[in-house]
Write a protein that binds this ligand. Structure first.
Ligand code: NIG
Ligand code: FE
Length: 418
């Protein structure tokens, strides 16, 4: 199967010498080709270049060579978004808590009285694996049509062994049946069930001694996650859980510093986390600690927007030489949207990233944060052909500028239009 996209007004996010991630000043570097073509073969990017300059192209445009030709006159092609942090396997929406928050309750207060994550866990326990699969698949297809080609999905609305395994099996079915690149993350330590309040170490023991070995036995998780924050799991709990997960081959990728400067960044870096996510509460020590590490600081603009949290100091981190990734955190409690186009806009509007930095933060750096930046995250020869063709637009800056509108015209995953 060979596809040609021709007359592309501008091909965005091109890499001739691919990076596994971009950090500091490199984040502002983003190559594009004006008046370009893109050739896809067997699901991978085969070639790209300038329409006019390429002699080879003159013979290549003979349509007969291709199974599929798209004329992209006036349109741009972008690498598909990579969403490295989501919780899309859940049963119920939580708009009643949304109203409670408007009336003045905080996220932590709602959680303390058994709402929040425990509210979702109750509904999720009552749902069958098939029901959860259907709901998650619908969400997956919806975000795919908005430009997402790779996604990480967490468990965490189970909080019992049986229920956590059920969620992870749903993620495995999504992996088997969706064309998207999917990574799974075991987040048994997402909330402390009511019956463990006052002796939450026993729940940590359950995660370590029962859940992790069973998850590993079925090969259900690529990563291990902990909600390391004030009112949830401590640094000590986190260290114990990460050590146990690492023994079974799960790399840490954790929630840290959403509510407080929790020590989450330091424990994540210490255990070689591929990413530490949220980071609304960051001091200089956290920024220092991330320097020189392999850990991707990941900001979740949808969550800070939805909960009215302080903004993570993205600009300061980039200016200090760090990489920054931005993901959706799609979940029913703190970010009920997986629209990465909106995350791209927020990166520029709320965090003052330039469009180039924001595009790198939502494609290549999020690909790194889920361990797949050698396969996706940019337009590079040999990478999966995951990209979208936009509606006609004046410049690539229009993409973050025009927030709220769906600018994707056609979406391609593994070279196929979806
Ligand atoms: O990433 N912070 C922890 N977990 C989710 C929220 C989960 C929920 O409230 O349902 C998050 O924001
Ligand atoms: Fe999250």
């Amino acid at each position: 199967m060979k596809t040609l996209i021709k007359n592309i007004k501008e091909l965005v996010g091109v890499e001739t010498d691919p990076n596994i991630r971009k950090q500091g000043k490199e984040m502002a570097r983003m190559e594009t080709i004006k008046d370009a073509y893109l050739i896809v073969e067997d699901g991978k990017i085969k070639a790209f270049g300038k329409m006019k300059d390429t002699e080879n192209f003159q013979s290549a445009i003979l349509n007969s060579q291709f199974d599929h030709v798209v004329d992209a006159t006036g349109r741009m092609v972008f690498p598909a978004f990579c969403d490295s942090h989501t919780h899309i396997v859940y049963a119920n929406s939580r708009e009643h808590e949304f109203v409670d928050k408007i009336r003045g309750l905080s996220y932590e207060e709602i959680a303390k009285r058994g709402g929040g994550i425990l509210n979702s866990a109750k509904a999720t326990a009552a749902a069958s694996e098939d029901e959860l699969y259907d709901m998650a698949l619908q969400r997956l297809e919806e975000v795919m049509r908005m430009g997402t080609g790779a996604i990480e999905i967490k468990s965490g609305y189970g909080l019992t062994t049986e229920s956590e395994l059920k969620l992870l099996r749903v993620i495995r079915r999504l992996k088997d049946n969706s064309p998207m690149t999917i990574k799974s993350n075991f987040l048994g330590a997402h909330g402390i069930p009511m019956e463990y309040r006052g002796h939450h170490e026993d729940y940590v023991d359950l995660v370590i001694n029962e859940m992790i070995p069973l998850v590993a036995a079925e090969g259900l998780a690529d990563f291990i996650d902990v909600f390391c924050d004030q009112g949830f799991f401590t640094v000590e709990d986190t260290a114990r859980i990460l050590e146990a997960g690492i023994k079974y081959g799960m790399r840490p990728k954790i929630h840290a510093n959403e509510m407080a400067v929790s020590g989450g960044v330091q424990v994540g870096v210490k255990y070689g986390a591929i990413s530490v996510d949220h980071l609304e509460q960051m001091g200089d020590a956290e920024i220092e600690c991330l320097k020189g590490s392999d850990t991707m600081p990941t900001i979740l603009p949808g969550c800070a927007f939805f909960l009215n949290l302080p903004l993570s100091p993205a600009r300061k981190m980039i200016d200090a030489g760090l990489p920054v990734a931005m993901a959706s955190d799609y979940n029913p409690g703190t970010s009920p949207s997986g629209n990465m186009q909106l995350i791209l806009s927020m990166a520029c509007i709320r965090y003052r990233l330039t469009p180039e930095e924001a595009i790198n933060a939502t494609t290549l750096n999020t690909a790194y944060a889920m361990g797949v930046s050698d396969e996706v995250g940019s337009i590079a020869v040999g990478k999966k052909a995951n990209f979208y063709i936009t509606k006609p637009m004046s410049s690539y800056e229009y993409m973050p500028y025009a927030y709220g509108e769906n600018k994707v015209w056609q979406m391609f995953v593994n070279g196929k239009r979806v």
